[in-house]
Design a protein around this ligand. Sequence first.
Ligand SMILES: [Ca+2]
Ligand SMILES: [Ca+2]
Ligand SMILES: [Ca+2]
Length: 381
Amino acid sequence: MGGARFHIDAAATKQADLGLTLSAGANPKVGTHLTYTLTVTNNGPDTASGVALTDSLPTSMSFISATPSQGSCSGTGTVTCQMGELAKDGSATVSIVVNASCVVTLDNNAKATANESDPNPSNNSDTATVTVGDPSPPLVAATLTPSAPNGDNGWYISNVSVKWNVSDPESGALLLQKAGCVDQLVSIDIAGVSFSCQATSLGGTTGPVSTPAIKLDTGKPVIDAHANVTNADATSSVGAPVAYLLPNVTDATSGPANPTASCVPAPGSNFPLGNTTVTCNANDLAGNAAVSTQFTVTVRNRTQVCDDDRSDSERTHETERQRGEVRHSSHQHKDDCFNDVCASTRNKTEDNQKNGKSKSFKGAMSECEAEGKEEKGRTED
Ligand SMILES: [Ca+2]
Ligand SMILES: [Ca+2]
Ligand SMILES: [Ca+2]
């Protein structure tokens, strides 16, 4: 212990005025390196021994390396360098390289000490101030849900949510200024709407960034009502081809995919005897399906009546015709047919009248006779 005290006492009799300067390189950007240079000078009058430099790095600076011109350094948060002796008027340096990790203005303080007493302690520490800049403007992106049009022809057929994602990893949220950038829910049919967002940080300005035009159609197209078709007459024993007009289609937003509906059975196709339900469907351009529309096509059973009620002689003729023994024109056949129908109808009507039943056959009979005469007249012409 006595030896140690003697050593300290002996050093205290000598004086060395250390001076420290701390300088920093140009203001860095986040993610780039910055070099601090510590320079220690011994202004005397004696040689300094046990020269040590201590630099407590700012917490937002991450240590990369420390390189002394003499001696050695250790530590990463607080860097301590043992520089050894420094002769009067001698100087030594330490280069400390750090990485700037965030946008900030900060001070770095360092100090120098030696075993000898320092007659001028005021120049033993120094401060360097740097401002770390933001190298990049904000990140701006919109997330649409659904992410892409889920209908036809670029249309959405369900509500669309728009969420803005705005960030700046260097400047941070507090340094962000936004214009627009409002989350949206598109829930009303519209032929096209776009939203935008602009953001500014210490790194610059991004935008305005715009969403694609959002076209929303959730409404079904409408098919006009179609009246039943009741006046079609059979042209053969299996029915008749029946023409009808396809119903029109309207749609408020995207418009109909086709101006008229698609109906089954199609117009002009053969309809069987009796009632057939026709079903019509349609889509709009966005792909929404209409509520289907139905109507009835009735094919009246004239041929069947004729076949049932024709006379035995007509049946005989039919057989002969099939055998090729008799050649009747089609007009002649129709005459026979209608005659038979009229005869049958007349008989039924007379029977019904006698029995006091419905007289509705009377109308049918006169209509039938009129048509029969008309047909006959054409045949004779
Ligand atoms: Ca000093
Ligand atoms: Ca940035
Ligand atoms: Ca629609």
